[in-house]
Unconditional design. Structure first.
Length: 325
């Protein structure tokens, strides 16, 4: 195998690992891995003599700092989360208007997809949109006039095969999922903005060369891509709201446990003379205690990574694409 081939394979593997850490991986597992890393670092520093856990004054100072830090962290983060979630508190009339808009959106999708009632399950609803888009893309690609005109065919072949391939792959993923996060995960990297650009280019540049069927297909593709983007943004909003609510609850649980463990550790150190402490067992216990005390930070970091990744990957809305993409 060539060096370039090995590099691409290693890069792809690293990308999958990074993507799992940032987005796909279970957040409890990511937080757990971080805490295991903390334990490993404390043990390594302790065995090489960089950390002396038998010094009661230093350890009391450390855990006192952890108590103060965790109290501040949990209070501030929960307050910010509640501020974000408070935007959901609104008047009945505004909620009714939002509900009407959601129903109108569903009816528009059902009309375009020629289905009586679309499923309320996010994954199935997105599946209806994507299948309809794939059908319109196939109609455009197989249109007789498109196939005859070399310029039109070249511009259509420039993106339609990629659109069909990614759409089929996304549909297959959606069929195995059920939650709003899984639906969001399936479409978070869907290149709808690029497909919107290429479809619009075909329609504007080659409008006179398109048949009525191909012209109608491009028009419906543009609307479907906008609806896919809107649906993704809506599911993103639902996920972020639930994620912040879960984060607040987990921070309360882990923060309470962290403070309790840190306070008990301070009391134990205060009543234990240095000479009575055995370094090796104490190092093992202390590394675990420090990891437990830092668990709220691991939980916050793991959840924050996913929310930030969702925001980054869905930053392009409609016809615009970030420059790095």
């Amino acid at each position: 195998m060539t060096r370039s081939g090995t590099f691409r394979r290693n890069y792809a593997r690293r990308s999958r690992i990074v993507w799992w850490f940032l987005f796909d991986g279970n957040r409890s597992a990511v937080a757990g891995l971080m805490l295991v890393g903390v334990i490993a670092i404390v043990l390594a520093f302790g065995f090489v003599g960089l950390i002396d856990v038998t010094k009661t004054n230093r350890m009391m100072w450390l855990f006192n700092g952890i108590v103060n830090g965790i109290l501040t962290l949990v209070t501030v983060v929960i307050a910010l989360n509640q501020l974000v979630l408070s935007r959901e508190l609104d008047s009945v009339s505004n909620f009714y208007d939002r509900l009407d808009e959601t129903v109108a959106f569903r009816q528009s999708v059902e009309e375009r997809a020629a289905t009586d009632v679309a499923s309320p399950v996010p994954t199935d609803f997105l599946g209806v949109l994507l299948r309809t888009l794939r059908d319109r893309a196939l109609t455009l690609r197989e249109d007789e006039l498109v196939r005859r005109d070399e310029d039109v065919r070249r511009d259509v072949e420039r993106y339609v095969p990629s659109l069909i391939e990614q759409t089929d792959r996304t549909i297959d993923t959606l069929e195995e999922t059920r939650t709003e996060f899984e639906a969001l995960s399936a479409v978070v990297r869907y290149r709808d903005s690029w497909y919107f650009y290429f479809t619009r280019r075909v329609r504007v540049v080659h409008g006179d060369a398109l048949s009525d069927t191909a012209s109608a297909a491009t028009e419906e593709m543009l609307e479907l891509l906008k609806e896919i983007d809107a649906a993704r943004q809506y599911f993103k909003t639902l996920y972020v709201q639930r994620s912040l609510a879960r984060l607040s609850r987990r921070l309360v649980y882990t923060g309470s446990l962290s403070i309790l463990i840190a306070v008990l550790t301070v009391l134990v150190y205060r009543n234990t003379p240095n000479a009575a402490l055995d370094p090796v067992p104490l190092l093992l216990v202390t590394s675990v205690v420090i990891a437990v005390a830092l668990s709220p930070i691991a939980v916050l970091f793991a959840s924050g990574l996913r929310v930030a990744t969702v925001a980054r990957e869905t930053a392009s809305f409609g016809p615009f694409v970030p420059q790095q993409d």
